[in-house]
Ligand binder design. Structure first.
Ligand code: UDP
Length: 476
């Protein structure tokens, strides 16, 4: 679509790489359509924020995108409070910094807010800037979230008090209360109230961009389009513009990770890849169960391991010898590769040797698995991951569940059993899933092509945005 004068769009991600990475990919879409983009990143002296070093790396890899750090003071939330509550508090405290930053710019045509940044709607309203939301999780999650303010206040009880009750929301499979997001479990908690208020405020946006695509979540899209999720209210239009995911090949910008060299030496579709997002960590007993399961499965594996949660820093390298069963590393040396803390996941998943992905069901990881055509073993840990597990297994049908996620420990026997099931070439769930994933993988490419559903959806959004930029900017 041709754009007359260059427009400037501000992208405002929530904290953490899981939110920043898809915003960077969204920025590239804007750039390709001729708009200027600035990503405003909240900077606080805290382990959850994106470090200056990580940001410098991203900026170097994406010279056309402007990044600005917004320094914010401490939000005063207790460190022991729910991490989502902390995120919401930090983003609220960041409002004055965002306001000052936007005011200082010569022109802003629109702002795109991450799904946790609903307090920034006030800033956009103050400055009369059209605000859109970028929902970086599943469309099914959006269908549930938009419906929550209509459902939860009058539900029989908090989810935590009816864990096995099956709930029915428009556009998504039946879901047990225990699989609803961790923040929503206790409806009397501050974090649930804050999330409910955020869900309700989503209706104030001019439109909602979603990192998904129509083929993948057709039922949720239909329910949203027909207004079933927000009965009696007029909801903003939903634009499925995904999948926006990290490129599988970073163009040799940095040195190739050793795990990729190791994968080069493995046969096609022979390796189980285990990775649990940017924050996933397991207790030492759980790490030992995984190790035993992998060893007993007899399969090749690539496993990203972090220190258990009691270690305060996420970045300190784990001591594998002391954490894993005695002799495990030696015994699996020929068929296992351990990565400490961080692997180039998107590249790994696209490697021809990867057969199965054991994932925590973060939505970026799910999309990366789908785009690589790799069947998944779903092991949700926190936040909205249990909801994603339901979408991935029941609706999209690209994975099986690691059932023990509901227990204190997933046992070695289940790790072994699920790995064997998915690796068995000619039968079982693995075969069916692989076929489904072949189609899904093709669709991730088709929908982004010119005239594909996500391309058309982005055009519709852009038409709305450009229409709005002709309005009065008296707030500036
Ligand atoms: N990631 C990575 N290497 C790792 C762990 C994670 O590159 O060792 C990337 C992964 O590819 C994904 C993002 O970090 O793009 C994690 O996002 P996701 O939504 O899956 O989970 P979150 O970290 O938000 O829980």
């Amino acid at each position: 679509m041709a754009v007359m004068a260059q427009k400037t769009v501000i992208l405002y991600p929530s904290l953490g790489v899981g939110h920043l990475n898809p915003m960077v990919e969204l920025a590239k879409v804007f750039l390709r359509r001729g708009l200027a983009v600035i990503i405003a990143v909240v900077d606080m002296p805290d382990k959850d924020s994106v470090s200056a070093e990580a940001l410098a790396r991203l900026a170097a890899a994406n010279p056309d995108i402007a990044f600005r750090l917004l320094p914010v003071p401490s939000c005063g939330t207790e460190p022991c409070s729910h991490p989502i509550m902390r995120t919401i508090d930090v983003l609220r405290v960041a409002n004055p910094a965002l306001l000052g930053f936007l005011r200082a710019l010569p022109a802003v045509d629109a702002i795109v807010l991450d799904m946790f940044c609903m307090d920034a709607l006030d800033v956009a309203a103050d400055l009369n800037i059209p605000a859109y939301i970028f929902f970086s999780s599943a469309l099914g999650d959006l269908a549930i979230m938009l419906h929550m303010p209509y459902y939860y206040p009058t539900a029989p009880s908090s989810f935590k008090d009816m864990p096995k009750t099956v709930l029915h929301f428009p556009g998504v499979p039946p879901i047990r209360a225990l699989d609803m997001g961790t923040a929503m479990q206790d409806r009397d908690s501050d974090v649930a109230k804050a999330r409910l208020s955020q869900c309700a405020r989503m209706l104030e946006a001019r439109g909602i961009l979603v990192n998904s695509f129509d083929w993948l979540e057709a039922r949720a899209l239909e329910a949203l389009s027909r207004g079933l999720c927000t009965p009696g209210s007029s909801a903003p239009p939903v634009h499925c513009i995904g999948p926006l995911i990290l490129p599988g090949n970073r163009g040799g910008a940095s040195e190739r990770h050793a795990c990729l060299e190791w994968l080069d030496a493995q046969p096609d579709q022979s390796v189980v890849f285990l990775s649990f997002g940017s924050l996933g960590r397991f207790s030492a007993p759980q790490l030992r169960e995984i190790a035993r399961g992998l060893e007993n499965s007899g399969q090749r594996f690539l496993w990203v391991v972090r220190n258990p949660p009691e270690h305060r820093s996420n970045s300190v390298e784990p001591d594998l010898e002391s954490l894993l069963p005695e002799g495990f590393l030696e015994r699996t040396r020929e068929r296992g590769f351990m990565v400490k803390n961080w692997a180039p996941q998107s590249e790994v998943l696209r490697h021809r040797s990867i057969a199965v992905f054991v994932t925590h069901c973060g939505w970026n990881s799910a999309l990366e698995g789908i785009a690589s055509g790799v069947p998944m073993i779903c092991w949700p840990l926190y936040a909205e991951q249990k909801m994603n597990k339901v979408h991935m297994v029941e609706e999209i049908k690209v994975g099986v569940v690691m059932e023990g996620y509901e227990e204190e420990l997933v046992k070695a026997e289940e790790v072994e059993e699920k790995v064997r099931l998915m690796m068995a070439p000619g039968y079982g769930d693995g075969k069916e899933l692989r076929q489904r994933l072949l189609t899904a993988k093709e669709m991730t490419v088709e929908v982004l092509k010119e005239g594909g559903s996500s391309d058309v959806a982005f055009d519709a959004f852009l038409t709305d945005l450009l229409k709005n930029t002709c309005t009065d900017k008296s707030g500036f």
